[in-house]
Design a protein around this ligand. Structure first.
Ligand SMILES: [Ca+2]
Length: 155
Protein backbone atom coordinates (compact mmCIF):
# COMPACT_ATOMS: atom_id res chain seq x y z
CA UNK A 1 0.00 0.00 0.00
CA UNK A 2 1.02 3.61 0.01
CA UNK A 3 2.86 4.03 3.32
CA UNK A 4 5.92 6.09 2.43
CA UNK A 5 5.43 5.42 -1.27
CA UNK A 6 4.57 8.19 -3.69
CA UNK A 7 2.41 6.92 -6.55
CA UNK A 8 1.97 8.60 -9.89
CA UNK A 9 -0.59 7.31 -12.39
CA UNK A 10 -0.61 8.10 -16.09
CA UNK A 11 -3.76 7.17 -17.98
CA UNK A 12 -4.02 6.79 -21.75
CA UNK A 13 -7.38 6.19 -23.40
CA UNK A 14 -7.45 5.34 -27.11
CA UNK A 15 -10.64 5.81 -29.13
CA UNK A 16 -11.62 5.18 -32.71
CA UNK A 17 -14.45 7.59 -33.36
CA UNK A 18 -16.54 7.33 -30.20
CA UNK A 19 -15.56 3.71 -29.65
CA UNK A 20 -13.16 3.04 -26.80
CA UNK A 21 -10.50 0.61 -28.05
CA UNK A 22 -7.76 0.57 -25.40
CA UNK A 23 -7.04 1.76 -21.88
CA UNK A 24 -3.60 2.00 -20.45
CA UNK A 25 -2.39 2.75 -16.90
CA UNK A 26 1.23 3.31 -16.01
CA UNK A 27 2.35 3.61 -12.38
CA UNK A 28 5.51 5.12 -11.11
CA UNK A 29 6.04 4.29 -7.45
CA UNK A 30 8.77 6.20 -5.69
CA UNK A 31 9.92 4.97 -2.29
CA UNK A 32 11.33 7.19 0.41
CA UNK A 33 14.85 6.01 -0.41
CA UNK A 34 14.37 7.16 -4.02
CA UNK A 35 13.88 3.68 -5.53
CA UNK A 36 11.47 3.79 -8.43
CA UNK A 37 9.32 1.00 -9.82
CA UNK A 38 7.09 1.05 -12.88
CA UNK A 39 4.03 -1.06 -13.60
CA UNK A 40 1.78 -1.02 -16.60
CA UNK A 41 -1.68 -2.37 -17.20
CA UNK A 42 -3.00 -2.32 -20.76
CA UNK A 43 -6.38 -3.65 -21.82
CA UNK A 44 -7.44 -3.67 -25.46
CA UNK A 45 -11.09 -4.06 -26.43
CA UNK A 46 -10.26 -6.81 -28.94
CA UNK A 47 -8.31 -8.86 -26.37
CA UNK A 48 -10.90 -8.25 -23.68
CA UNK A 49 -13.83 -9.31 -25.83
CA UNK A 50 -12.02 -12.39 -27.14
CA UNK A 51 -11.12 -13.52 -23.60
CA UNK A 52 -14.55 -12.67 -22.23
CA UNK A 53 -16.21 -14.79 -24.92
CA UNK A 54 -13.86 -17.71 -24.32
CA UNK A 55 -14.62 -17.81 -20.60
CA UNK A 56 -17.52 -19.68 -19.15
CA UNK A 57 -18.14 -16.91 -16.66
CA UNK A 58 -20.22 -13.77 -16.41
CA UNK A 59 -18.26 -10.71 -17.45
CA UNK A 60 -18.93 -7.02 -18.00
CA UNK A 61 -19.07 -5.46 -21.45
CA UNK A 62 -15.80 -3.71 -22.30
CA UNK A 63 -17.37 -0.25 -21.91
CA UNK A 64 -18.69 -1.05 -18.45
CA UNK A 65 -15.46 -2.78 -17.54
CA UNK A 66 -13.48 0.35 -18.49
CA UNK A 67 -15.78 2.48 -16.28
CA UNK A 68 -15.08 0.22 -13.30
CA UNK A 69 -11.40 -0.15 -14.11
CA UNK A 70 -10.70 3.59 -14.03
CA UNK A 71 -11.32 4.22 -10.31
CA UNK A 72 -9.84 0.80 -9.50
CA UNK A 73 -6.62 1.76 -11.20
CA UNK A 74 -6.48 5.45 -10.33
CA UNK A 75 -7.72 5.27 -6.76
CA UNK A 76 -8.18 8.68 -5.17
CA UNK A 77 -7.29 10.36 -8.50
CA UNK A 78 -10.63 9.17 -9.92
CA UNK A 79 -12.86 9.56 -6.85
CA UNK A 80 -15.62 11.15 -8.94
CA UNK A 81 -16.04 7.87 -10.86
CA UNK A 82 -16.55 5.70 -7.77
CA UNK A 83 -20.37 5.91 -7.49
CA UNK A 84 -20.86 4.92 -11.16
CA UNK A 85 -18.42 2.00 -10.80
CA UNK A 86 -20.23 0.91 -7.65
CA UNK A 87 -23.56 1.00 -9.48
CA UNK A 88 -22.18 -1.16 -12.32
CA UNK A 89 -20.81 -3.77 -9.90
CA UNK A 90 -23.92 -3.88 -7.71
CA UNK A 91 -25.80 -5.84 -10.35
CA UNK A 92 -28.72 -6.83 -8.09
CA UNK A 93 -29.10 -3.25 -6.76
CA UNK A 94 -28.87 -4.39 -3.16
CA UNK A 95 -26.75 -1.37 -2.16
CA UNK A 96 -23.74 -3.61 -1.49
CA UNK A 97 -21.15 -5.40 -3.61
CA UNK A 98 -20.58 -9.01 -2.64
CA UNK A 99 -17.78 -11.35 -3.68
CA UNK A 100 -19.73 -12.76 -6.61
CA UNK A 101 -20.45 -9.29 -7.97
CA UNK A 102 -16.82 -8.22 -7.60
CA UNK A 103 -15.71 -11.42 -9.32
CA UNK A 104 -17.60 -10.45 -12.49
CA UNK A 105 -15.14 -7.61 -12.95
CA UNK A 106 -12.06 -9.80 -12.45
CA UNK A 107 -11.77 -12.74 -14.85
CA UNK A 108 -10.30 -10.97 -17.85
CA UNK A 109 -7.85 -8.71 -16.07
CA UNK A 110 -7.07 -11.09 -13.19
CA UNK A 111 -7.80 -14.64 -14.35
CA UNK A 112 -6.12 -16.05 -11.25
CA UNK A 113 -7.98 -13.93 -8.70
CA UNK A 114 -9.34 -16.44 -6.23
CA UNK A 115 -12.32 -15.74 -3.97
CA UNK A 116 -9.88 -15.95 -1.03
CA UNK A 117 -7.64 -13.28 -2.47
CA UNK A 118 -10.62 -11.00 -3.13
CA UNK A 119 -11.97 -11.62 0.35
CA UNK A 120 -8.58 -10.75 1.85
CA UNK A 121 -8.68 -7.36 0.09
CA UNK A 122 -12.36 -6.74 0.82
CA UNK A 123 -11.71 -7.25 4.53
CA UNK A 124 -9.36 -4.25 4.53
CA UNK A 125 -12.36 -2.01 3.79
CA UNK A 126 -15.25 -4.10 5.16
CA UNK A 127 -15.80 -2.15 8.39
CA UNK A 128 -18.91 -4.03 9.54
CA UNK A 129 -17.45 -7.44 8.57
CA UNK A 130 -20.39 -8.67 6.49
CA UNK A 131 -18.11 -9.72 3.58
CA UNK A 132 -19.82 -7.14 1.38
CA UNK A 133 -18.96 -3.56 0.50
CA UNK A 134 -21.41 -0.70 0.72
CA UNK A 135 -20.66 2.53 -1.16
CA UNK A 136 -18.75 4.00 1.76
CA UNK A 137 -16.60 0.88 2.17
CA UNK A 138 -16.04 0.57 -1.59
CA UNK A 139 -14.99 4.23 -1.71
CA UNK A 140 -12.51 3.57 1.08
CA UNK A 141 -11.15 0.49 -0.74
CA UNK A 142 -10.61 2.48 -3.94
CA UNK A 143 -9.12 5.51 -2.18
CA UNK A 144 -6.63 3.30 -0.34
CA UNK A 145 -5.32 2.10 -3.71
CA UNK A 146 -6.39 -1.49 -3.00
CA UNK A 147 -7.87 -1.78 -6.50
CA UNK A 148 -4.37 -1.35 -7.87
CA UNK A 149 -3.06 -4.03 -5.50
CA UNK A 150 -5.76 -6.42 -6.69
CA UNK A 151 -5.09 -5.72 -10.36
CA UNK A 152 -1.34 -6.19 -9.87
CA UNK A 153 -1.95 -9.43 -7.96
CA UNK A 154 -0.49 -8.15 -4.69
CA UNK A 155 -1.59 -9.23 -1.28
CA1 LIG B 1 -25.29 -6.38 -4.54
Amino acid sequence: MSNGIDVRVDETVIRQGDRLVEVDYIYTETRENGDQRNYQITVKRSDYERLATSMNKSTLSFDKFAKVLRPFMMGKFASEDIPAAFGLLDTDHSGTIDLGELAIFMPVIMPNASPYMLLHHIQKADKNCDYKLNLEEFTSLVNQGIGRDIALGRL
